[in-house]
Design a protein around this ligand. Structure first.
Ligand code: IMP
Length: 412
């Protein structure tokens, strides 16, 4: 009996610890499918004492037989992908053979990275992007001038790049941009190197037979609160982060039966934007240190906050979340009390669930202090977990209570 198709979504502002959960579940699935974003993500896992950071390669378990699929709604930077694969191939030769890239995925070009940097500098309030070129690559896709990985070995490549180069020169006359021919040569070399590792290109139509009857684990990136549709716009990423992105990758026939929303026992955010339950000062610093809350991709310190139940109710509804998975439970061990934001005060009214991200952006937190706990088996932590389940109407499936792979408990 194959495992159910399962999606793992971030239910906060990213960095919820999805990598470890995906890696844990990947052992019992045939496929791990990354369906959105690009090298802005950083999913950290530990295997046999090694720390491995996945930016775009699906977080499959090295010791399993699972295969990885890089979906067409992602944006891929081939230069970075070659470097990422090399970091895995060194300890695990042949790793590249386990991955297939959808040839319809769009490319992040060196120009996009320069543009991301440039636009951040022009904004009155920067978004605080990862500067990986994500927004400009998705913008070119939507503006119908993007370049796909399937174009790299086609005669279309150079004319498409030359046209895009001319457009960028018109838009950003001061920006230094490598010539189109140089970019084309580099792309061909990079794709050849990926294919030489055994990585393959395909589409969900060509590979449909591989998915029929197989169990698929969908690996979310970023989180519902950073989603281009549902998140705290404009302080969001440029991608869909929920189920719509799985559809966009062509997996409509194999949609997940379970949608797991990953949350920390508290909350973090990197970059600018609303964060109603944020804590400043020594208290935030202490949690940042204890939880190692520094970005896996950029190394930036993460902003810290307490659990925000209205934001979770909102994420559960927008994301279609069927279960929670809570991570970093141990980071709050030993505290006398744990504050939780139970409602938002907006325009003098107390709200249970924000109607949209704008209400969330204007919210002031209403707090409740719950008793702290000594560890995940402590009945007071069970009370905290039950409180979250009751208040959000979503059951908890797993709790991660330490950095090691085995520090995950089924929650019943
Ligand atoms: P971009 O995705 O690089 O355009 O960045 C847009 C916003 O999303 C910024 O606030 C980033 O910090 C945030 N962001 C993007 N990727 C991640 C992630 O993987 N974890 C957490 N925040 C992210």
């Amino acid at each position: 009996m194959p495992a159910q198709n399962t999606a793992v979504l971030g239910a906060q502002w990213g960095d919820e610890g999805k990598g470890k959960i995906i890696n844990h579940l990947a052992r019992s699935h045939d496929w791990v499918v990354r369906f959105s974003g690009g090298p802005n993500a950083g999913h950290t896992i530990y295997f046999e004492g090694r720390k491995l950071v996945h930016h775009v390669l699906p977080s499959l378990h090295v010791g399993s037989a699972a295969r990885g699929w890089l979906g067409s709604a992602m944006v891929l930077d081939l230069e970075k992908l070659v470097a990422e694969l090399a970091r895995f191939e060194e300890p695990f030769p042949g790793f590249g053979r386990r991955f297939t890239i959808d040839r319809d995925a769009f490319l992040i070009l060196p120009w996009h990275r320069a543009e991301d940097e440039h636009l951040e500098g022009l904004r009155r309030t920067a978004i605080g992007t990862t500067r990986r070129g994500i927004g400009p690559a998705y913008a070119d896709k939507v503006a119908r001038r993007g370049v796909r990985i399937g174009d790299v070995h086609s005669p279309r490549l150079l004319p498409a790049l030359e046209e895009l180069h001319a457009t960028k020169r018109g838009l950003y006359p001061t920006l230094e941009l490598a010539p189109a021919r140089e970019v084309a040569d580099a792309l061909r070399r990079q794709l050849d190197s990926l294919l030489a590792s055994g990585m393959t290109l395909s589409t969900t139509v060509e590979s449909a037979r591989d998915f029929e009857g197989a169990s698929i684990l969908y690996e979310g990136a970023q989180g519902i609160m950073l989603d281009i549709e549902f998140g705290t716009y404009p302080y969001v990423t440029s991608a869909l982060c929920g189920l719509a992105a799985i559809h966009a990758c062509g997996f409509a026939r194999w949609m997940p039966a379970r949608v797991l929303g990953v949350i920390k026992a508290y909350c973090t955010r990197v970059g600018e934007g609303p964060f109603p339950s944020e804590v400043h000062g020594d208290e935030g610093d202490a949690i940042r240190r204890a939880g190692g809350e520094f970005g896996a991709t950029t190394g930036r310190p993460r902003r810290i906050g307490w659990l925000d139940l209205p934001a979770l109710r909102y994420a559960a509804q927008k994301g279609g979340i069927t279960h929670w998975v809570m991570t970093k439970q141990d980071i709050l061990d030993g505290r006398p009390t744990v504050p939780v934001c139970t409602a938002h005060e907006v325009d003098g009214r107390e709200l249970h669930t924000p109607a949209n991200a704008d209400q969330l952006a204007r919210a002031r937190p209403v707090w409740r202090e719950l008793p702290g706990w000594a560890g995940h088996a402590d009945p007071r932590f069970r009370d905290y977990a039950r409180f979250v389940e009751r208040e959000t109407g979503v059951p908890l499936l797993l709790v991660s209570h330490g950095p090691a792979t085995e520090d995950i408990t089924d929650w019943k």
